[in-house]
Design a protein around this ligand. Structure first.
Ligand SMILES: C[S@@+](CC[C@H](N)C(=O)[O-])C[C@H]1O[C@@H](n2cnc3c(N)ncnc32)[C@H](O)[C@@H]1O
Length: 196
């Protein structure tokens, strides 16, 4: 039997009609780094079920555009006029026209994670592999001077990777949001001002 721990953030998300408690991680990141603004074009990688997308939809408003991609079936509950959702592996996308768009994004968010095995070294390596692949495709998706938010599991290799990549952004920040479960080894990297 799978038990769902109904903690403070789980209950808060339910009450505020968000589809997952992870919304409060993005909210904290946004409150601190002011990354999501009205009218923006935002890409949410691994959006499903869609709490980050719900947050972004509200903040970018009707003039903005949110594109959400996930390998899971499209979640019709979060369809809105400012939103395009796709059921795709993000690494299968070769050009922006695959998403029926012609301009890159102001912000790319990735909450993608591997299916965890419980074996720490394997999970760390798989998480970093996703991050590395996102960095490979980033020039396709992210505009010059755009921002990135990406999740990664803690490891020395991840630290070394971001040290090597820090010059791709004007500034880079690391945050473990308060709502992160204590057992979780994840944190978020916020890159501001992409040098495309
Ligand atoms: C932690 S969940 C995202 C939760 C979401 N941010 C929210 O707030 O509701 C991670 C998602 O990443 C998706 N994912 C992982 N690898 C992917 C890939 N290569 N392409 C598209 N989606 C992927 C998974 O299917 C999963 O739905």
């Amino acid at each position: 039997m799978v038990f769902k721990i109904k903690d403070h953030y789980y209950k808060k998300a339910k009450k505020e009609n968000f589809l997952a408690r992870s919304v409060y991680k993005l909210e904290e990141i946004d409150n601190k780094y002011k990354i999501i603004r009205p009218g923006m074009r935002a890409l949410d990688l691994g959006y499903y079920p869609g709490s980050w997308s719900q947050y972004i939809q509200q903040k970018i408003g009707k003039k903005g555009l949110l594109v959400g991609i996930d390998i899971q079936e499209v979640n019709g509950k979060i369809q809105q006029s400012n939103t395009k959702l796709f059921q795709k592996d993000i690494f299968s996308i070769e050009q922006l026209s695959d998403l029926n768009i012609d301009q890159a994004f102001d912000i790319v968010c990735s909450d993608m994670a591997p299916k965890t095995t419980g074996i720490k070294s394997v999970d760390q390596a798989r998480s970093l592999e996703i991050v590395e692949k996102v960095f490979e495709v980033l020039p396709l998706f992210l505009k010059n001077n755009g921002d990135l938010v990406i999740k990664v599991f803690e490891s020395q290799d991840a630290q070394d990777f971001f040290k090597e990549k820090r010059n791709l952004f004007k500034s880079i920040h690391f945050l473990r949001p308060k709502s992160t479960r204590t057992v979780s080894k994840e944190y978020f990297v916020i890159g501001k001002g992409f040098k495309a």
